[in-house]
Design a protein around this ligand. Structure first.
Ligand code: SF4
Length: 231
């Protein structure tokens, strides 16, 4: 039963991923950009000037792929290469004014996705958001994606330190309390935590956390498989 559900969730994610990818390609083509060029503009818009290797790391692609796409963006006048502020021997890639304007359009979330999420009940959105945070963290721990700039990875995150059930966490950067609905997935003020202590703490206080956490998933799945074959 549970293995079937895992499979259906994977299939569902695949469908959503396909819709996002197809929309991204179409939108990039409409703006006369390749998908890689559009992604680079979005990353530079969110993160500011970056070196080639940093962009490659962020997008989980090779430096050669980024280099080709950046050359095209330079020709289009959307980015420029400049000496990096912290190392005169290195180059950083920056948006031009035209590139910034283009990035604003590129970074806009597709309406179809916002509409689809809007059809979920508020409580479904909360569970979905929490589940996404857990999945992203797990993928990142297994080296499948780069480290996301989210609260559960951040040195400023202090989970469960307040009594208020709607705002039990604290962000030391802005010095404010917040709840799970406020957990950021891509925060400009993020700084990486040196330990996984906050993440572990957050997992412990999740609703139903005693039943399952990321560490016991493979073992649990194995047991469920065994149960199913014994039934
Ligand atoms: S700085 Fe950003 S990522 Fe870090 S805890 Fe605060 S809101 Fe979250």
């Amino acid at each position: 039963m549970s293995a079937d559900l895992h499979l259906r969730i994977v299939q569902g994610l695949n469908k959503v991923g396909l819709a996002i990818k197809t929309n991204g390609w179409n939108e990039a083509a409409r703006q006369r950009l390749s998908p890689a060029q559009a992604q680079i503009l979005s990353v530079l818009f969110a993160r500011g000037p970056l070196r080639l290797g940093q962009i490659a790391e962020e997008l989980a692609v090779t430096p050669a792929t980024v280099s080709d796409a950046v050359s095209s963006l330079v020709k289009k006048g959307l980015v420029i290469k400049k000496r990096a502020a912290d190392d005169a021997r290195a180059l950083s890639i920056q948006l031009t004014r035209a590139g910034r304007a283009q990035a604003v359009k590129t970074a806009a979330w597709p309406d179809f996705l916002v509409e689809a999420i809007g059809t979920l009940l508020p409580e479904e959105q909360v569970v979905f958001h929490r589940a996404l945070v857990k999945m992203i963290r797990t993928l990142q721990e297994r080296g499948r994606i780069p480290v996301a700039r989210m609260c559960v990875n951040c040195r400023f995150f202090r989970p469960g330190v307040h009594q208020d059930p709607d705002a039990p966490h604290h962000c030391d950067f802005v010095d404010a309390a917040f709840g799970d609905v406020g957990l950021r997935i891509d925060c400009a003020d993020f700084e990486p935590a040196q330990t996984s202590e906050a993440w572990q703490e957050w997992l412990k206080i999740l609703p139903g956390s005693q039943r399952r956490c990321s560490e016991d998933l493979p073992q649990q799945a194995q047991m469920e498989k065994g149960d199913a074959s014994n039934a």
